[in-house]
Design a binder for this molecule. Structure first.
Ligand code: AMP
Ligand code: MG
Length: 318
């Protein structure tokens, strides 16, 4: 069936201007970031933020990351924090989100933070999205552009598959570079990784010169978004599976088994960054090929492999 991509646009002066007008009118747009595609709305507007929750069918208690063009801008909404300054200097703009103390007089819509004392903030690196942020006078509330608990989109077509024509505009800037959601780090007290990502615990610890903890079990208050089931392809998934299955697709790393038509390699050269970039696109492809089950080989628990394992574990939750 031919798809009607009438709301997909390549970034140009005209389409970027249209994106900005829609955002100013409190409408939602899907825009690229280096991690995954985001569903963006004016973070100061209750109307826009409410639309994000309803369109994504996102639980109201799951707060949304706020995206800024600059550190200075974010200080309208959050308290200055030394750890944030150090990590910002090293990694931003980039794929890292900071949980910091929210200012009492912040104008961010309460729907976006659900009255928590904290705010999650990020400074995306994608050129197009940076350009948009520079031309608007408000930060963007922007979770991933997918229905809640499902696979995150890493291309404009993925976003279309999620929302069809329910959003006016999807900016198509090709595949997301990283392909996994940002690292979320809580810098309010002890430094804690709430969600692993491409920037790892070791790199963060090195910059701060102190121990960094990993949130073991989902912490309700600190990170309500750490839902156990997430990133799910909507069909059963079995992880750490080491033999060729006969009743489903098999996601592997490297070359073993790839001559079989039901085997999909995340990276022929076993490169974990490439594997991360290919993970969601591969899961989506397998689902669209109508497989009824996905098996996944063991992925090394190192570097970005830690983030891949985190997503696989949640995607396989029943
Ligand atoms: P996502 O569901 O991908 O948008 O993930 C957002 C992540 O940031 C989740 O882990 C949220 O719990 C976390 N987060 C967002 N806003 C806040 C906040 N105000 N305080 C603490 N964590 C937050
Ligand atoms: Mg998401």
């Amino acid at each position: 069936m031919k798809k009607n991509y009438s709301n997909l646009f390549k970034p140009s002066k005209k389409t970027i201007s249209k994106t900005i007008s829609l955002l100013k009118a409190k409408k939602l747009v899907a825009i690229p970031t280096e991690t995954v595609y985001g569903l963006a709305g004016n973070a100061y507007s209750d109307i826009a933020v409410s639309k994000i929750y309803s369109l994504k069918k996102r639980p109201k208690k799951n707060p949304i990351i706020i995206h800024y063009k600059s550190l200075i801008d974010s200080f309208k909404d959050v308290e200055i924090n030394q750890n944030l300054l150090k990590l910002f200097k090293k990694f931003c703009p980039g794929p890292i989100t900071f949980v910091v103390k929210r200012k009492k007089n912040s104008k961010i819509s309460r729907y976006a933070h659900n009255n928590l004392e904290t705010l999650a903030i990020r400074f995306p690196a994608n050129k197009i999205t940076k350009k948009i942020l520079k031309k608007i006078e408000f930060p963007l509330a922007m979770p991933s552009a997918n229905i809640s608990t499902q696979i995150s989109p890493v291309s404009a077509e993925d976003v279309y598959e999620e929302f069809k024509n329910k959003i006016d505009l999807i900016l198509d800037s090709g595949r997301s570079n990283i392909g996994l959601e940002s690292t979320v780090v809580d810098v309010t007290n002890n430094i804690k990784i709430l969600r692993p990502g491409s920037i790892g615990i070791k790199e963060i610890s090195k910059v701060l010169g102190k121990k960094v903890y990993t949130a073991k079990s989902p912490n309700k208050i600190k990170s309500p978004g750490m839902l156990k089931k997430h990133y799910s392809p909507g069909i059963p998934m079995v992880i750490n599976h080491n033999s060729l299955p006969v009743d489903g697709a098999y996601i592997v790393l490297g070359k073993k088994f790839i001559k079989n038509s039901n085997v999909f390699s995340l990276s022929i050269s076993s490169n974990l960054r490439e594997a991360a970039k290919n993970l969601y696109i591969t899961m989506r492809k397998i689902k669209n090929l109508n497989y009824k089950k996905i098996y996944v080989a063991k992925i090394p628990y190192k570097g970005i492999g830690i983030a891949i394992n985190d997503r696989l574990k949640r995607a396989s939750k029943k």
